[in-house]
Write a protein that binds this ligand. Structure first.
Ligand code: URA
Length: 441
């Protein structure tokens, strides 16, 4: 087999066999196929596409390029959840304890990643002493005992994806459904869960800006997962404004804790319950999402999800006292209200700009080496459709550096559009994709 011939085949719109795709992924991961040939191939995929068989073959070849986590030492059906990434998305912190409280094992591998706020692991490091560097044995033991544990992503998880993603990033080959879905699903499949629930974000702050594109991505990932024996669901949720009102690491943890106490924002609670209900159904602990939802709500009402969260933080070395008293989290030294300059209705929020505001404050990572300031961020007071007067606070920003606070305030104002007419506000969930296809909410 020659890479030249395979590039040519894809360029002419022909279908590649599983063997040919395996040859490409193995050759590129091992360094035998150079970047320039892989770049040409990725561009041919973007222009000519891949069908479902090819996309599944690509996913599995990437998943098998490194460690395949074997979770069989954990009893029961293991469920995992993954978000395609959104601003103010702290649902994992709420879902894990709720689902685990019902006895469904959640054995999660999470990343840090670059972006406007830290990943789930960075957020959990708000608890002093918390670590995700557990041995495999300890990880399995914790899940068996308390049904919830999180470890950091191992370096050898889908190494082919890591290499290909870096190349896609600089060759304008990111935005292809087969490439995105195989990238996400290869990591999820290698991480070993039996049930995978995907939160596919749609809108200004998301990878996929249109609902049509988000549904196509979700359908492809659900077909891949189910096609290789993992029960997979996707919830399509809105990212035209942040979920909940907190953006920033500690602030998001506090909002998650408030939600576990039953005092969280409605959209955040509802999104968390919806995602979690499919994990519970997939793990056969409930027959319908409605039944699962009732059970999950029960874990908030009776306090068991909150207790589970504290138990989990403690088991991974963290100081769990802030779970019961969030005033114990370190506070930013400066704060400022950013206020509306005109009156009217909030007609648009550029969620990307909110993310940039958080990054400017120091809440995210620009490079892998950046150190996150866990205490900075913002609380958003006004969302789409809200009426404001001149001087109404849109958000409160928290910072530890006066210059950054000024720059972030200016950037934040760019995120808001205020108009005369009250806009139609989309529901925060558009619909669900199961093996039977897409169903609008
Ligand atoms: N997230 C991933 O992991 N891969 C993509 O290609 C896009 C988003």
């Amino acid at each position: 087999m020659r890479m030249y011939d395979l590039i040519s085949k894809k360029k002419n719109g022909q279908k590649l066999s599983e063997e040919e795709i395996k040859f490409i992924i193995k050759g590129y991961t091992d360094g035998e196929i150079p970047d320039y040939q892989m770049s040409a191939f990725l561009m041919a995929v973007c222009l000519k596409g891949m069908d479902m068989d090819e996309t599944i073959a690509l996913t599995m070849a990437m998943a098998h390029s490194g460690d395949m986590l074997d979770l069989s030492a954990i009893h029961g059906i293991k469920a995992d959840k993954h978000s395609t990434g959104g601003v103010g998305d702290k649902t994992s912190l709420i879902i894990g304890p709720m689902v685990a409280s019902l006895g469904v094992p959640v054995a999660k591998m999470s990343g840090r990643g670059l972006g406007h706020t830290g990943g789930t692991i960075d957020k959990l490091e708000s608890f002093e002493g918390f670590t995700t560097e557990l041995s495999e044995e300890k990880f399995f033991d914790n899940v068996n005992q308390m049904k919830l544990a999180i470890i950091g992503q191992t370096a050898n998880l889908a190494p082919a994806d890591k290499k290909i993603y870096a190349l896609r990033d600089v060759t304008a080959t990111i935005d292809n459904i087969s490439l995105i879905s195989s990238s996400i699903m290869s990591k999820k499949i290698a991480a070993g869960a039996d049930v995978i629930v995907l939160d596919v974000k749609s809108g200004s702050g998301a990878f996929m800006k249109t609902l049509e594109g988000s549904v196509e991505l979700a359908e492809t990932m659900v077909k891949i997962g189910n096609g290789v024996g993992r029960e997979t669901y996707a919830v399509i949720s809105d990212m035209n404004q942040p979920l909940g009102s907190a953006v920033g690491n500690n602030l998001e943890v506090i909002e998650a804790i408030d939600t576990l106490k039953g005092n969280g924002p409605e959209d955040l609670l509802d999104a968390s319950l919806t995602l979690a209900s499919y994990m519970v159904v997939g793990a056969k602990h409930a027959k319908t999402p409605e039944e699962a939802r009732e059970l999950l709500l029960g874990t908030i009402k009776d306090g068991s999800a909150l207790k589970k969260f504290a138990e989990f933080v403690r088991a991974q070395g963290g100081d769990d006292r802030p779970v019961f008293d969030t005033d114990l989290f370190p506070k930013a030294s400066l704060q400022k209200d950013v206020c509306a300059k005109t009156e009217g209705y909030i007609t648009g929020i550029h969620t990307d700009e909110i993310g940039m505001t958080s990054l400017i404050l120091g809440g995210g990572r620009e490079t892998k080496e950046s150190v996150i300031d866990l205490s900075v961020g913002m609380k958003i007071h006004k969302k789409l459709g809200d009426k404001v007067e001149v001087g109404t606070p849109l958000a409160t920003l928290y910072a530890n550096d006066a210059e950054k606070l000024e720059a972030a305030s200016e950037r934040f104002l760019c995120a808001y559009t205020i108009g005369e007419e009250k806009p139609e506000v989309p529901h925060h969930i558009y619909g669900i994709v199961t093996k039977d296809g897409y169903k609008a909410y």
